[in-house]
Structures are given as structure tokens and as C-alpha cells.
Design a protein around this ligand. Structure first.
Ligand code: NAD
Length: 253
């Protein structure tokens, strides 16, 4: 049995000021990693760092817009120069959009959604792998979605971005398998994040009702899978996407 121990490991988590990224940053720190909390939300990022350090962990906030190549490259340069390496990465930042018929979807919205969710993930993977390939390897987990594995009516840009994330994950997992770099993805279903809590209770109840387990997931339930996939306990797992959705994908047509 291999237990998760990230002592002396350095991790980057994007979109770490809230929700799933916040939960992962905290979990990786609990397992001993030094965590670079990357996000555009400075207040949220500072709060997460404070909460990690108050519990005895190591973390620092680095303002990063993942849709900007120079921000991402600077994030990885900062991480390596400050902490001497980069071993673990959770590329998680993305935003959704309101359902919109494809024939009415603006180029700007399509570019924004894919710019953060897909190009941003590519920018992160490229910079992370460029370091890891010459420094003994590493492990990467990308956040996909149930919308990466099936259609989601009206969410054309989000679905395209998330399907792309799964494609990048599979391809990089394949191409870097001999470089000791593992690349996997998680595909959360509906997760109870702060954004979700802002919707009317009746809507939340309905979303929970259609999940076979009868409830939404918790960010910590995704974070635990991310931590597992990043750890040596998952040493033979790469190029795959793990559904975390209370069987929702299997139940929906
Ligand atoms: P969230 O809104 O709680 O957190 C997202 C974080 O990303 C925020 O802190 C936000 O500031 C940050 N962010 C937004 N744009 C950014 C950018 N350009 N650069 C850097 N950071 C940026 O959302 P969440 O629910 O925790 O979502 C996290 C990931 O999980 C996303 O990839 C999302 O698509 C995915 N996901 C969420 C759910 C769900 O039900 N919550 C389901 C499936 C997939």
C-alpha cells in the first residue's frame, strides 16, 4: 500500500482561490506539498494561502490569468526559481457560460471560454512539461467535466473546451509516458461550489435530485481523487479521465 506523501514536493494549482481548486490546494498542502495558489482572484487566493498556512502548510499566492501565455510562463518560472522545482500540477481554472444556441454564440464568448479552459490548460501543460521533462518527471491532473464526455445542450463553447482538455490529457499522457510524466484528468459532475450555492435552492435541489446518488459532489471529493492521481499510489495510471459524478453520466442519455 502506497500512502500519499507530498513532503518536499512542489505543486501548482490553478483556479485555486475557490471551489475545486481551493479544495485541492488545501489537500495537497495537508499531504505535505508546497503549493503555489494561482488565480486571478487576489482576495480569494490570499484567503486560501492564509488558511493553509494557519494549519501549518506551505503556500504562496501568485496572480495568474491562465489565458495569458506570459502569465502562465511566469507562474512556472516563479515556482521553479522560488522552490527549486515543480513536481505536481492541477490545471483547473475554467469558467462556464449560460446555455446559448450555437448559431447565436458570439466569437468573443467562444474565445473567452476556450481561451481559459482549453488554451489555458495547454499553456499550463506546455510550461509544466517543459520543466518536468528535464527534471525527473512529474504528475499533472487537468480538470475536465462531465461535459467533456458527452453533450450538454447549449454549452457549445464549454463542451468544446472540456472535450479538448480530455484530448490533450490523452495525448500528453501517451507522448510523455516514457519521460516519467503522468497526465490524467478528472471529470466532475455537479459539485457544490460557492458559485453553485448562489443559485436558488429549488434549482440546486433539482440538480441534486437527478444525480443517482441523490446529492451533489463536494469539492473535497474531487480534491481527494486529484491528490491520488498526482501521487505515487497512481504510478501506473496515465492518459485517463476519471468520472466523479455519483453515476450521473451513466444515468443520463
Ligand atoms: P469556481 O468558480 O469555484 O472556481 C474557479 C476559479 O477559477 C475561481 O477562483 C476563478 O477566479 C478562477 N479563474 C477564472 N478565470 C481564471 C483565469 N483566467 N485564470 C486563472 N484563474 C481563473 O469553480 P469550480 O466549480 O471550482 O470549477 C473548477 C473547475 O471545475 C473548472 O474547470 C470547472 O469547469 C470544473 N467543473 C466544475 C463543476 C462544478 O459543478 N462545480 C463540474 C464540472 C467541472
Amino acid at each position: 500500500m502506497t500512502f500519499i506523501n507530498f513532503d518536499s514536493k512542489v505543486a501548482v494549482v490553478t483556479g485555486a482561490a475557490s471551489g475545486i481548486g481551493e479544495a485541492t490546494a488545501k489537500r495537497l498542502a495537508e499531504h505535505g506539498a508546497t503549493v503555489v495558489v494561482a488565480d486571478i482572484d487576489e482576495d480569494g487566493g490570499d484567503r486560501v494561502v492564509t488558511e493553509i498556512t494557519e494549519r501549518g502548510g506551505n503556500a504562496v499566492f501568485r496572480r495568474t490569468d491562465v489565458s495569458l501565455e506570459e502569465d502562465v510562463n511566469s507562474l512556472i518560472d516563479f515556482t521553479v526559481s522560488t522552490y527549486g522545482g515543480l513536481h505536481l500540477a492541477h490545471n483547473n481554472a475554467a469558467i462556464g457560460h449560460v446555455p446559448t444556441p450555437l448559431h447565436e454564440l458570439s466569437t468573443e464568448l467562444f474565445d473567452t471560454i476556450t481561451g481559459i479552459g482549453l488554451r489555458g490548460t495547454f499553456f499550463c501543460m506546455r510550461a509544466e512539461i517543459a520543466h518536468m521533462i528535464d527534471h525527473g518527471g512529474g504528475a499533472i491532473v487537468n480538470t475536465a467535466s462531465g461535459a467533456a464526455l458527452k453533450a450538454a445542450s447549449g454549452l457549445h463553447a464549454y463542451v468544446a473546451a472540456k472535450h479538448g482538455v480530455v484530448g490533450l490529457t490523452r495525448n500528453a499522457g501517451l507522448d510523455y509516458a516514457r519521460n516519467s510524466i503522468r497526465v490524467n484528468a478528472v471529470a466532475p459532475g455537479t459539485v457544490q461550489t460557492p458559485q453553485m450555492a448562489s443559485f436558488p435552492q429549488e434549482m440546486q435541489d433539482e440538480w441534486a435530485r437527478i444525480i443517482p446518488m441523490g446529492r451533489m459532489g463536494r469539492p473535497e471529493e474531487v480534491a481527494d481523487v486529484v491528490a491520488f492521481l498526482l501521487s505515487d499510489a497512481a504510478s501506473f495510471i496515465t492518459a485517463t479521465t476519471v468520472e466523479i459524478d455519483g453515476a450521473y453520466l451513466q444515468s443520463s442519455t
